[in-house]
Design a protein around this ligand. Structure first.
Ligand code: GRF
Length: 215
């Protein structure tokens, strides 16, 4: 049973998607702790509803960003966490956390990386005028959305899309590929070779690209 630690700053719908797959028995994992930097994150309500431990760690209480991330790393270690899930966590992760969990931190980004990293990936895609966008699950390094890519899903950008409609279409794919990436990790099937993540024994997504049907 893989022990997860989730970091979230807001709504937590990806957190919810992972909880749902665990509860359905599709993902052999447990969420040991939700850590948030936002005391009014809706993710906290989700944790309460599913009897998951949560803590608010206030970044303002720390002299440096590194000290804040050291505190998070210590909390995750104490709870025996094996994989850290960033689920709408609105901060760039710093070295003390990355060093504590090498190749064991995942993030989801609402664009097809390396296109449109950083904030508002959906708006950046619309502004650029691309016809296809999507989402990416990747391992986290010290850069901004730069770590090795695990799974991507594409969605069409439609002529009348607004940031909201495109975000919603991308989000429904996020909810499919994030639990899938965690499941592959839990089964020991992800192998990082340089920038490339190989997925063992998974012919249908051997190319690391899946395209779940969009709504
Ligand atoms: C998602 O769009 C995710 O890709 C991005 O932040 C958003 C989080 O949404 N990193 P939620 O909090 O999981 O609902």
């Amino acid at each position: 049973m893989l022990k997860l630690g989730v970091l979230a700053s807001g709504r937590g719908s990806n957190f919810q998607a992972i909880i749902a797959e665990i509860e359905k028995g599709n993902l052999k994992a447990s969420v040991e702790i939700l850590i948030t930097d936002n005391p009014s994150a809706f993710a906290i309500e989700r944790a309460k509803k599913h009897n998951i431990n949560y803590i608010f760690i206030d970044p303002k209480e720390f002299p440096t960003k590194d000290a804040f991330f050291k505190r998070i790393a210590d909390e995750l270690k104490v709870r025996g966490v094996e994989l850290v899930i960033l689920a709408g966590f609105m901060r760039i992760v710093r070295k003390p956390l990355i060093d504590a969990f090498p190749d064991r931190i995942m993030n989801i980004h609402p664009a097809l990386l390396p296109a449109f990293p950083g904030l508002h990936g959906q708006r950046q895609a619309l502004d650029y005028g691309v016809k296809i966008s999507g989402c990416t699950v990747h391992f986290v390094d010290e850069g901004m959305d730069t770590g090795p890519i695990i799974i991507q899903a594409s969605v069409p950008v439609l002529p009348d899309d607004t940031e909201d409609t495109l975000s919603e279409r991308i989000l429904s794919s996020e909810h499919k590929i994030y639990p899938e990436a965690v499941r592959l990790f839990s089964e020991g099937r992800l192998e990082i070779r340089g920038r490339t993540v190989r997925i063992k024994d998974h012919p249908e997504i051997a190319s690391n690209i899946i395209n779940p049907p969009c709504r």
